[in-house]
Design a protein around this ligand. Structure first.
Ligand SMILES: *Cc1c(COP(=O)(O)O)cnc(C)c1O
Length: 382
């Protein structure tokens, strides 16, 4: 797989600072943490675990997850499908975007040989069958009620129960295999949302009366951040109980993104100017910190100088990103040492999800120095 440049291997954030003294932002990947998270999920979840590639598509991340036992991938674009096929020819990808371009469908079916496709509308089913044929599994995605998730993923995609029943029957009638899928929303802090969605799935299943290949319970499993989230084992227990009580004697699939990768990466930034209680740093909402913009997620932070972690009394700071746009500010106040000054570094922890894959390069600011750090993360112990 990827050839790892030894120049970019470190044993700690402290060593990154010592060796590089970076005035540019550095994205730090901890493969050992990622491998451990993947292993725990694969061992705990009562079914097959697909990694949602969009969450963090970096090859170091994919490689570490594969080493942790992940060999199935939730892909949503031809770029993601091609990347998985190139890095891991043996892996199994699913085309789980409910709206697909004809060109991407054609390549997915004919070049990459994908067999699993999500739909949530009759016209998409027609398009899919006209290009990929009927030797496929059609996963009908149902919309789920908005629960306690930070990000709702049913506002845009998902069929109503009535439409889902029709889609399942029609896919079966045309000769396809059938399956059901849902997504309770990202960073879902309430395990019972999975129960509610599985009850809805059981109703659709019973009304459609077609055989199902599997039930895909989606992603949404939370990362820790500074939120008080239940442990993943609570989610697995709820899902296992619902599977047994609702009579799902078919395989289960899950598509976690965030829960697998969030705490396996940090963004190391530098303070370029301090104006009183305002800090101007070199990454922001158009870079790797876009998810912090709205203040819904609160990652752990710490300040570091050349001589180590900065301590002492703390105070709230407002943090501005590097672009010229005045929107480029993090909404939360961040509590950092009063003594922090220009040239010090700020590490944002638990930044593995929806970070490096979402940066824009706007204004010429891009986080393109990526390092791997071996060992578990000593400063942020979870
Ligand atoms: C984004 C996405 C995921 C991953 O969601 P997380 O909240 O990161 O676990 C899984 N499945 C689908 C279809 C998605 O769009």
């Amino acid at each position: 797989m990827t050839a790892l440049d030894p120049e970019f291997r470190f044993s700690s954030i402290g060593e990154v600072i010592e060796r590089l003294e970076p005035s540019y932002p550095v994205f730090c990947i901890f493969p050992d943490v990622l491998r451990t998270r993947a292993k725990a999920f694969v061992e705990g979840f009562p079914g097959t675990v697909l990694y949602a590639v969009k969450c963090n598509p970096h090859p170091y991340v994919l490689e570490a997850l594969a080493e942790g036992g992940i060999s199935h991938f939730d892909t949503a674009s031809i770029t993601e499908i091609a990347k998985i096929a190139e890095l891991m020819p043996e892996a199994h990808s699913y085309f789980n975007h409910p709206v697909k371009g004809r060109g991407a469908l054609d390549a997915a079916a004919k070049v990459y040989g994908l067999k699993d496709y999500v739909v949530d509308h009759a016209d998409e089913l027609d398009k899919l069958i006209s290009i990929a044929g009927t030797d496929i599994t059609v996963e009908v995605r149902i919309a789920t009620p908005k629960g306690k998730a930070v990000y709702d993923l049913s506002a845009k995609f998902g069929a109503t129960p009535d439409d889902a029943v029709d889609l399942l029957k029609e896919a079966k009638r045309r000769g396809c295999r059938t399956a059901l899928a849902f997504h309770v929303g990202s960073q879902c802090t309430d395990p019972s949302a999975f129960r509610v969605a599985m009850e809805l799935s059981a109703k659709v299943r019973d009304r459609a009366g077609v055989p199902l290949e599997y039930l895909d319970v989606g992603g949404g499993f939370p990362a820790i951040y500074k939120m008080n989230v239940p442990p993943l084992s609570d989610y697995f227990d709820v899902i296992t109980r619902a599977r047994d009580e609702l009579g799902f004697d078919i395989p289960l699939l899950a598509e976690p993104g965030r829960a697998l990768v969030a705490d396996g990466c940090s963004v190391l930034t530098q303070v370029h100017l301090r104006k009183g209680d305002d800090l101007y740093i070199n990454d922001g909402i158009y870079g790797c910190l876009s998810e912090i913009r709205d203040g819904d997620l609160d990652p752990p932070v710490r300040a570091v100088s050349l001589s180590g972690s900065l301590g002492g009394a703390t105070q709230p700071f407002r943090i501005f990103g590097p672009t010229c746009d005045s929107l480029d500010v993090l909404k939360l106040p961040f509590h950092l040492p009063e003594v922090i000054a220009e040239g010090d570094w700020i590490e944002f922890g638990q930044m593995g999800a929806y970070s490096i894959g979402m940066q824009t390069g706007f204004n010429g600011f891009i986080t393109d120095t990526i390092v791997r750090i071996d060992g578990m993360h000593e400063e942020f112990v979870y």
